[in-house]
Design a protein around this ligand. Structure first.
Ligand code: MLC
Ligand code: AMP
Length: 508
């Protein structure tokens, strides 16, 4: 039942939208499921009027139906990280002022106390499936649709709010640019609390009527088995995943590795993004599979902005050109746009894809725009018509395996541990993860500091991917005349320490 009002799930009735374990879910069934969930959420009301409905659900038919149900009923969908700690969930739910949280029964014990303390109604998806449908509200493009939490240069993650119009723009620009069609078949193993998984994979596929194969997590052997039998036409991943797939290929016997490589070779597109794809990785992937990775650049706040061409030269180490309808400029330190090639500047973006606001945070929203341009905090240069990302303006942002992490958020957790007097966190270069979290800690003189205990403490506060991989105890932190920690000095210290292989490894 494709409709003009809900173009987001657009396949013909009998086509398969999702492969969810053993289930094959048609578009007709998924649309019906989303409609009934919308009716259940509305419970007789005409419109949810931007009520924040959070969901703590793995990649599943329920996840998709709940997200679309919330959209159809006029709510704001707040997808949560299913690997988050209670402390992190407390922040998300409180910040978004969530009123209802949807989770499977098996997670209710873990979430129950938190929901009671925040006055949130905890529900299972089935409880909302009354079996009825109802008249759904008309929703203007400018209304808020989704809130995704992202780390930044503040200690706590901020809620990035996109409207229905933003989501539409972020999806539709990619459909043309990357040649999506209803015969596409794509595996989805990326987390569903970030735009790479939500927009680029799930939403683009479902808008075109393609099929999405859901995986609970990235599982190289399982995915490679499907690739080997030619199940997929498109593949999208972060660079770390391509590294892990190459490692997996190395572990296979020759014939099996060849079948997997042939499966990749037969696809129409392999995309890399969310972090820089190193040139050697680009070359290794081409040598092994014959696929020329299409690298693109995006951000939670803007969806995708720059992309190598689908037809035409895909240049290693570069992220291509602005996507149609997305305005991109580089700005120099003097706040003027850069017109010449070869001059580095901050990437700023304008267009219908750009988010509305940071939720409840007027100041951060205001500070992140200049003259209507969103300031990404990423530096780039144009070389022979192609943008190349040079790094970030803030040393406090770390990208590990495609996740954006805030050094300040991790430092705040470390400082709350009794044995820690001072802490400074930086990203250490890493061949698999891009960067890993490294912490320099000055212990309190009256406490015995132990790296493993600090890790255990952090694990109660932070998602696994934010926990420091390297911990180094030092007598003092390098500071400038103003007393601010000079993190570039720490980076230098780290590289010499790595060269001597003398870092304290918190985990064996
Ligand atoms: C997992 N671990 C990580 C990590 N992911 N550590 C650091 N950084 C990460 N990203 C930890 C695990 O907790 C575990 O810790 C250990 O590493 C080994 O786990 P694994 O099983 O080998 O890793 P895996 O579970 O396979 O995860 C790797 C991954 C995952 C690459 C699949 O990190 C991932 O899905 N990344 C994608 C994130 C993403 O979608 N970003 C897009 C943001 S949107 P221990 O201690 O238990 O051993 C965006 C905009 C745009 O950026 O442009 O797209
Ligand atoms: P997030 O806030 O999680 O959406 O992460 C967005 C950030 O990922 C951007 O600001 C960039 O720093 C980084 N990023 C995304 N794509 C690329 C890419 N192709 N190359 C380098 N960095 C990238």
């Amino acid at each position: 039942m494709p409709t003009d009002r809900f173009p987001l799930l657009q396949g013909d009735n009998d086509r398969i939208a999702l492969i969810d374990g053993e289930r094959r879910v048609t578009y007709a069934s998924l649309n019906g499921h989303a409609d009934r969930l919308a009716a259940g959420l509305l419970g007789g009301k005409e419109d949810l009027e931007e009520e924040r409905i959070a969901f703590f659900l793995p990649a599943s038919t329920d996840y998709v139906a709940v997200m679309h149900g919330v959209w159809r009923a006029g709510g704001i969908a707040v997808p949560l990280n299913i690997g988050a700690t209670i402390a992190e969930l407390d922040h998300y739910l409180r910040c978004a002022r969530v009123t209802r949280l949807i989770a499977q029964a098996e997670h209710h014990a873990m979430l129950g106390e938190l929901c009671v303390s925040l006055g949130i109604c905890l529900l299972q998806p089935d409880e909302l499936m009354t079996g009825e449908t109802c008249v759904l509200p008309d929703i203007a493009d400018g209304r808020r649709a989704m809130m995704v939490f992202t780390s930044g240069t503040t200690s706590k993650p901020k809620g990035v709010v996109t409207t229905h119009g933003n989501i539409r723009a972020q999806i539709t620009v990619l459909l043309d640019a990357w040649g999506w069609s209803d015969s596409d078949h794509i595996p989805l193993f990326l987390p569903l609390h970030h735009v790479h998984g939500i927009i680029n994979v799930l939403s683009c596929a479902l808008w075109t009527g393609a099929t999405v194969h859901l995986f609970p997590r990235f599982d190289a052997p399982a995915i490679a088995d499907h690739v080997a039998v030619g199940d997929y036409s498109v593949f999208m991943a972060v660079p770390t995943i391509y590294v892990k797939l190459l490692d997996h290929l190395d572990s296979l016997e020759e014939g099996e590795a060849k079948r997997v490589c042939d499966g990749f070779a037969a696809m129409r597109l392999n995309v890399s993004g969310s972090a820089a794809c190193p040139v050697p990785l680009f070359e290794q992937w081409r040598a092994r599979t014959g696929q020329v990775l299409l690298e693109r650049y995006g951000m939670t706040e803007i969806g995708m902005a720059l992309s190598n061409p689908y037809h035409g030269e895909r240049r290693a180490g570069h992220v291509g050109q602005p996507l149609p309808g997305v305005e991109v400029r580089l700005y120099g330190e003097d706040e003027h746009p850069i017109i010449e090639e070869g001059q580095p500047g901050e990437i700023r973006v304008k267009g219908p894809n750009v988010f509305l606001e940071y939720w409840d945070n007027e100041r951060s929203t205001r500070d992140s725009f200049r003259d209507g341009w969103f300031c990404t905090g990423d530096m780039a240069v144009i070389e022979q018509g192609y943008y190349r990302i040079m790094g970030r303006t803030s040393i406090d942002i770390i990208k590990s395996g495609g996740y954006k992490l805030s050094a300040l958020e991790i430092e705040a957790v470390l400082l709350a541990y009794p044995a820690v007097a001072e802490a400074a966190v930086i990203g250490a270069e890493d061949a698999t993860w891009g960067e890993v979290v490294a912490a320099f800690i000055v212990p309190r003189s009256d406490h015995k500091a132990d790296a493993q205990e600090i890790i255990t403490w952090s694990a109660g506060q932070l998602s696994a991917y934010k926990i420091p991989r390297l911990i180094r105890f030092v007598d003092s932190l390098p500071r400038n005349a103003m007393g601010k920690v000079t993190k570039p000095d720490l980076k230098a210290l780290l590289s010499t320490a790595i060269a001597r292989a003398s870092l304290d490894r918190p985990t064996s």
